[in-house]
Design a binder for this molecule. Structure first.
Ligand code: UDP
Length: 312
């Protein structure tokens, strides 16, 4: 298979490149590098099955030769990033999805959209099933990401229904692991970086909001299976083990062995109170469920961050 992975220099995109290459496929990664980094791909230099194209996916895409699949992962993906790049976030979700769908259609390729649990906004149904339509503030600071992804899903379904493109939609919940950027502002790199530097962990609000964290290898496996399925409705990919952010902070301090404790900062605007995927559909359609326990995945993630902080 010959596959284009947009956002291929990002955290999840680069793990996906590795996964396709490991299975003997040919990979073209595309990234404009505003939040991705070539460091995530440097181990692939010289690999004859791999090519990197430095391009913004909102511009006209030209790929010569056949393509069997387009995986559209390009987007700023952390609240701090999409607040810094609000217009780019809207553009990559809207124009970038249009360009990549057009490319998939022209090449007769399968198309997978990396959507997000943010389409559910601050959910009033818990846990979130795919048939829940969500509770999103379109003009709030997170709206640039949430609405871009909701538009992207609508456009993906339109290409499926109108042009018969074999599309897939993954709604990815909080994912963590090696190659997250230390400064991307998300809770995992923030807490691990703070704990490793001996600083107090910054819990926003009173820490009672919940999240469910999925290890990147599990998410990548789900994306891979979804692409190869025949299922065109959205599928949640995430780990249903839910915990409060306060509890998560205590876990990180314990795993790192940090005694610096916790300090509270103000809760960001529109921060979802709860989030947990219902993964019944992924189990039934893909035979998929996460297999890496949080403590095990966090130990590997902490070791990776320790190495990057000390330059090893
Ligand atoms: N959070 C926190 N401290 C931090 C960073 C994030 O308490 O230093 C909280 C944030 O308010 C949210 C949760 O952790 O409730 C997850 O935030 P993240 O930015 O990872 O992504 P989100 O799940 O909100 O998209």
């Amino acid at each position: 298979m010959r596959v284009l992975i947009t956002g291929g220099a990002g955290f999840l995109g680069s793990h996906l490149c590795d996964r396709f290459l490991r299975d003997g496929h040919e990979v073209i990664a595309m990234d404009n590098l505003i939040t991705g980094s070539v460091c995530n791909l440097e181990h692939l230099a010289g690999n004859g099955h791999f090519r990197f194209i430095h391009q913004d996916v909102t511009e006209y895409l030209y790929i010569d030769g056949a393509l069997d699949a387009v995986m559209h992962l390009a987007s700023p993906a952390s609240p701090v990033d999409y607040l810094e790049y609000p217009i780019q976030t809207l553009k990559v979700g809207a124009l970038g999805t249009h360009k990549t769908l057009g490319l998939a259609r022209a090449k007769g390729a399968r198309f997978l959209l990396a959507s997000t649990s943010e389409v559910y906004g601050d959910p009033q149904v818990h846990p979130q099933r795919e048939d829940y339509w969500g509770h999103v503030n379109p003009i709030g600071p997170r709206g640039v990401y949430d609405e871009a992804k909701r538009f992207a899903e609508a456009l993906t379904m339109a290409y499926h229904r109108t042009h018969g493109v074999r599309t897939r939609i993954a709604r990815i919940f909080n994912t963590y692991g090696p190659r997250m950027r230390l400064d991307d502002g998300r809770v995992v790199p923030n807490f691990v970086g703070q704990a490793l530097r001996g600083e107090s962990l910054t819990v926003y609000g009173n820490g009672s909001q919940t999240r469910s964290f999925c290890y990147c290898a599990d998410t990548v496996e789900g994306l891979y299976r979804l692409l190869n399925s025949d299922y065109s409705d959205p599928v949640n990919l995430g780990n249903p083990t839910e915990m409060s952010i306060q509890h998560f902070a205590e876990l990180i301090n314990r795993l790192v062995g940090s005694g610096a404790g916790i300090i509270n900062h103000p809760l960001p605007v529109d921060d979802p109170r709860v989030r947990r995927p219902d993964i019944t559909r992924a189990r039934e359609v893909l035979g998929w469920s996460p297999s890496v326990e949080l403590e095990e995945g966090m130990r590997q993630t902490i070791e990776w961050f320790r190495g990057s902080l000390t330059g090893k």
